[in-house]
Design a protein around this ligand. Structure first.
Ligand code: IPM
Ligand code: MN
Length: 367
């Protein structure tokens, strides 16, 4: 089949982890005789440097035309004091909105080879397998009014947390559908003891549950959820939550997986006529400027994002499973980057990418 993919390396370690993810994508394409058409574009700080804006029109056009987009990371310290519209992060928010990818799927699982990489007790993390479904195109990230006004003691800042019923319904539907293919449990996270916004969220999610009698729905307050994630992570299957809560909780999930470098994500929304999801795929980690360009970042979150792309945007479930298997084989080999605290000297970013590509090809050759 035709795999028409836009690559947006972005900033910092985004560039090097994306290179490895593309390596794996090429192996998948050549093994399955798929025609891979890659284009490349600018997003974030790299785009500001070259065009003055974090989300150039050209990138928008390319993204709308591609079947799927693979993104590295955005963000550079030199923009820390820039106004929001001139920050790299605004490019990311722009592309999420342009593609209307309202559901961000962040799987969090423990790998046998990595239980010692987590600072938490082994018996606590071992067996963790959840997926955080984070609403991605609404809430505080996009609500208006927003801004800073006034001066001196009158200076004030406003952000607005807003959700409409349809926005809650569509992401809840996604969570319930996913749960059906898993352990059939949805935990919806909110702050309904304080926020009206969360009261609507809880009410709409509860209504939706009536359409999924085979799925068990629980509600949990976000503060308690933050605690339960490290006390009893195995209780979670599908965790459904709004944009900012999901952002925060998914970083906490990284502690369970052993390193934030491990976490992939898939942002999906509208479907193509073929039934495939249009998607944006990116590792959960940021641009980590402190280690950028040193060939030591963990590329497995980016490579896992390629697996997610194969699964959701191209329906290549078998290939996706083989990529996940190749990741696991490399973890078991112990040749991993420094964040995973290997016994021996750490492997480089490109060595890990080569190893996953080789493990993928080896598996396909013997299959
Ligand atoms: C993430 C990131 C982004 C977010 C930033 C870079 C805008 O933290 O994808 O989790 O907050 O969504
Ligand atoms: Mn985040």
């Amino acid at each position: 089949m035709d795999l028409n993919v836009l690559i947006l390396p972005g900033d910092g370690i985004g560039v090097e982890v994306t290179r490895e993810a593309v390596k794996v994508l090429r192996s998948v394409a050549s093994a399955g005789n798929h025609r891979l058409r890659l284009s490349e574009g600018l997003l974030g700080g790299a785009a500001i440097h070259q065009t003055g804006t974090p989300f150039p029109d050209e990138t928008r056009e390319k993204a709308l035309q591609a079947d799927a987009t693979l993104l590295g990371a955005v963000g550079l310290p030199e923009f820390d004091d820039a106004p929001p519209e001139k920050r790299p992060e605004r490019g990311l928010l722009g592309i999420r909105k342009a593609l209307e990818v309202y559901a961000n799927l962040r799987p969090v699982r423990s790998y046998k080879a990595l239980v010692d990489s987590s600072p938490l007790k082994n018996e606590l993390v071992d067996g963790t397998d959840m997926i955080i479904v984070r609403e991605l195109t609404g809430g505080l990230y996009y609500g208006t009014p927003r801004g800073i006004s006034g001066t001196g003691p009158e200076e004030r800042a406003v952000n607005t947390m807003v959700y409409t019923r349809p926005e809650i319904e569509r992401v809840a539907r996604m969570a319930f559908e996913l749960a059906r293919k898993r352990r059939k449990k949805v935990t919806s996270v909110d702050k309904s003891n304080v926020l009206e916004n969360s009261q609507l969220w809880r009410r709409v999610v509860t209504e939706m549950a009536a359409n999924y009698p085979d799925v068990t729905l629980n509600h949990i307050l976000v503060d308690n959820c933050a605690m339960q994630l490290v006390l009893n992570p195995k209780r979670f299957d599908v965790v459904l939550t709004e944009n900012l809560f999901g952002d925060i909780l998914s970083d906490e999930g990284a502690v369970l997986a052993g390193s934030i470098g491990m976490l992939p994500s898939a942002s999906i929304g509208s479907r193509r006529p073929s039934g495939a999801w249009t998607g944006l795929y990116e590792p959960v980690h940021g641009s980590a400027p402190d280690i950028a360009g040193q060939n030591k970042a963990n590329p497995l979150g980016a490579i896992g994002s390629v697996a997610a792309m194969l699964e959701y945007s191209f329906g290549l479930t078998q290939e996706a499973q083989t990529v996940y298997g190749a990741i696991e084989a490399v973890l078991n080999s112990g040749r991993v980057t420094g964040d995973l605290k290997p016994f021996g000297p750490p492997a480089t970013t490109s060595e890990v990418g080569d190893a996953v590509a080789a493990a993928f090809s080896a598996h396909t050759a013997t299959a």
